[in-house]
Structures are given as C-alpha cells and as structure tokens.
Design a binder for this molecule. Structure first.
Ligand code: GLU
Length: 315
C-alpha cells in the first residue's frame, strides 16, 4: 500500500517552495491510489513557532490538500527516537561525543585536515573509541551517576553521533533525478543523532517516523537530496524498509536565491487558491488547467498528468 507524506517544520507558514513539495507528494499519493499524511516536524523546538502548525494545515486545506490521517507531531515521539538510538548504541554503531566545536576544529587543524562542508566541520572521529573531548570527564561523571541534566548545552557538538563504519558509499536511485551516490564517510563524516541539549536530530527523527508511518515514497524538495544517503544508512543500521525517494525542483526567488520562510512567504489563504496551485504545478511541469474553478477541480485534472509523468519511473 502506497503511503506518502508531507513533513513541514513549523518554523513559519508555507512558502511557494514548500507548497510545491506538498502538492507533489499529494499528487503522487493520489496517482498511486495511496494515502497521504502530514507530519509536523517540530523536533527542533527552539526554532518552532507556536500555532504555525495550524496555519500550515489551514494553508493546505485552502488549496484542497487534506491528510488522510491526523497529523503526527515529532515532539510526541521522543520515546521512539530513544529506542532507535539505544539500538544503534547496543550495536556499536553510535557513540557519545563530548567535543566542543572548538575541539573539533583543533583536532582537524592538528591533522592538517580542515575539511568543511556547508560550513560544517567534518567530524574527525575523536570520541569514536571513548570520550576524548574537553568535557569528557564531566560527561563520564554524568553517565556514571545517571544524571539526566546535561549542563553543556551551549558548548558541545552532540551527545551521540553515528559511527560510520569503513568507507560507506551509498548508491540509490531518485525517481526524478536518477542514479545517485554519496561517500558518507568522506563527505559528511559521523553525524549527530541527539544533540547535547537533548534535542533529536532531523536525520534520526525522519527515519524513525517514515518507518513507523509505513511511508513507501518520500517526495520532498531537492534541497534535502543531500540527506538521503545518511537516512538510508540509518535505515540499514536499524533494519528498516527503505522508501523510494523523489526530490522535486526548487523554487528560486527573483534573484535566483533559495526561498526561505523569510523571503518566500506566500499568503495562500488570501490569494486565489487555483492560481496558487497553478503556479506550484508549473514548477512541477504540469500544464495549465484553465477550466478549473475550484482547488478540487484543479487537483482532479492534475492527478492524471502527474501519473503520466511519474508512474512509469517508479515501476
Ligand atoms: N521537515 C523538513 C523540512 O521542512 C522536511 C523533511 C523531509 O521531508 O524529509 O524541510
């Protein structure tokens, strides 16, 4: 049974780019006669804006996109993330790390390796075989005394990182972009699963939830393509099924810049919903449906078009 999802982070209302993703995931679910779910990714609580989840759901409803089940909130899913992390630790695939950003920068500089990726330092493996970072003693004390409160919020990189074994070169096929690969060890390095402040990292939360919700197809913006290899690695490590992936084209601003919640705000509720759908559909290569007067009519006409373009690729 096909199950798709749209997984917005409630850090601001939907913008033109996120609406493209929502529409694509809805169309793909309908074209496959499957179910479409909405998951509110409110795991990074400090960045979430209270009430924005309701704004997003209202924006989706305004253009006729209604989820088939009640939305799942990641803020309610801590126990599931913890048990996935426990499993990885028990398998020796994840380890605690007590490094500060400065520790990491110094270790890299000492090894003559200042590798940067999207402004992030590639973790040099410092704590893989036991805590070595500047806070190691304090961390050990906390662990031995099972104290829950972690006092290093501002200083540490992350409580747990996944230990990427040997060179992990992942190959997978994106339904739109074709063959993909990434050498995770070299280009990303060990990555954080749970932050020192107790917040769950996106990579772990998304993998656990996609599996728990039985998601067969992940349709999302191409800006997230780069996360896919890490997510497949986690699926493999946790023995979870691997969904198929389709990354949609990005909507760029007038200057070719990436749209953000700040510069790309889209007043879906106040605009004409059919025009909003039309615009999002054009990004996905869908022809205009000039006769559609309501969102429901527009969507109905778009489903066969989407099916023509994308069903064969999945098969
Ligand atoms: N919550 C993520 C975002 O809003 C999307 C996650 C996903 O689709 O995998 O960018």
């Amino acid at each position: 049974m096909y199950r798709g999802r749209f997984a917005p982070s409630p850090t601001g209302p939907l913008h033109a780019g996120s609406l493209v993703t929502a529409l694509a995931s809805w169309l793909d679910a309908r074209a496959h006669k499957g179910q479409w779910l909405v998951r509110i990714e409110d795991v990074d609580t400090p960045r979430c804006v209270p009430g924005v989840d309701q704004t997003i759901l209202a924006q989706l409803a305004a253009v006729g996109l209604y989820p088939d089940e009640a939305p799942l909130y990641q803020s309610q899913r801590g126990a599931a993330y913890q048990s996935a992390l426990d499993q990885l630790v028990a398998q020796g695939l994840a380890f605690p790390c007590s490094c500060t950003r400065q520790d990491i920068a110094q270790a890299l500089a000492a090894g003559g390796l200042v590798r940067q990726r999207h402004g992030e330092l590639v973790y040099p493996g410092t704590c893989r075989h036991g805590l070595q970072g500047r806070n190691a003693r304090a961390w050990r004390f906390l662990a031995e005394n099972s104290l829950q409160k972690i006092p290093f919020q501002q200083q540490t990189r992350g409580l747990y990182a996944i230990y990427s074994i040997a060179p992990q070169i992942l190959h997978w096929a994106d339904r739109r972009l074709g063959a993909q690969n990434q050498n995770v060890s070299q280009t990303v390095g060990d990555f954080v699963l749970k932050r020192a402040d107790g917040l769950w990292a996106y990579q772990l939360a998304v993998v656990v939830d996609d599996a728990a919700q039985g998601i067969t197809d992940v349709i999302r913006g191409a800006d997230l393509l780069d996360n896919t290899a890490r997510q497949i690695m986690l699926q493999q490590a946790l023995g979870l099924a691997q969904p198929q992936y389709l990354h949609t084209p990005l909507v760029l601003g007038a200057q070719g810049e990436k749209l953000s919640k700040q510069n790309g705000a889209l007043a879906i509720e106040t605009g004409c919903p059919v025009a909003v759908l039309q615009q999002a559909g054009a990004v996905l290569g869908l022809a205009a449906s000039p006769n559609a007067e309501t969102p429901a009519e527009w969507l109905q006409q778009a489903v066969p078009q989407w099916a023509d373009q994308h069903l064969k690729i999945r098969a």
